[in-house]
Ligand binder design. Structure first.
Ligand code: NI
Length: 184
């Protein structure tokens, strides 16, 4: 397994629609394991393949199941790898304060569907359907957007986006990471 390098806004690969996966085999399985490892290392709950520079329709997520408030039970891991995911239907609405590994330190409230019904291929190529609700639904929609070349800041007002991206440029340039262009 290997840690993969994250791509940060405004990397072009984040703006491009990802291509369908057609080859299922050990190479894909290895890539998915690397995505999980990278996501866990960054304390993320979801990661899309173009966030590590691979423009293919692959996403991973691990949103632990919700526990009653104050519960001392350990979080149960909920690893999911979705290849070529498609949204079949959306219902309801919720707002959640989202972050993104490609926009370190930023967060903003985004309105999304409460529940999504999806189909996707597993790592072995078999098709499966699933229904996601709550935070897992938010996470899926956020990662699915990545595969479409859409990021969460696209949902913000121009003013809010400008203010957030100004903070991001400062953060990235302080760390010697290529900053976003001034007109972003
Ligand atoms: Ni993201």
């Amino acid at each position: 397994m290997a840690l993969l390098s994250l791509r940060f806004y405004p990397d072009e690969v984040l703006r491009k629609r990802c291509e369908p996966v057609t080859a299922f085999g050990p190479e894909l399985a290895r890539f998915v394991e690397d995505l999980f490892e990278t996501m866990y290392a960054e304390n993320g709950i979801g990661l899309a393949s173009n966030q590590v520079g691979v423009s293919q329709r692959v996403l991973v997520m691990d949103v632990p199941s919700e526990r009653p408030p104050g519960s001392k039970e350990p979080l149960v891991p909920n690893r999911r790898a979705l290849i070529n995911p498609e949204i079949l239907s959306k219902t309801g609405q919720q707002s959640y304060d989202e972050g993104c590994l490609s926009f370190p330190t930023l967060s903003a409230s985004v309105k999304r569907a409460q529940e999504v019904k999806v189909r996707f291929q597993r790592v072995d190529g078999a098709w499966e359907e699933a229904t996601f609700t709550g935070l897992e639904s938010v996470c899926f929609q956020h990662e699915h957007d990545h595969l479409e070349g859409i990021t969460f800041v696209d949902y913000l007002s121009p003013l809010k986006r400008r203010l957030l991206l100004r903070d991001l440029r400062k953060f990235l340039s302080e760390r010697g990471i290529e900053p976003a262009p001034a007109n972003a």
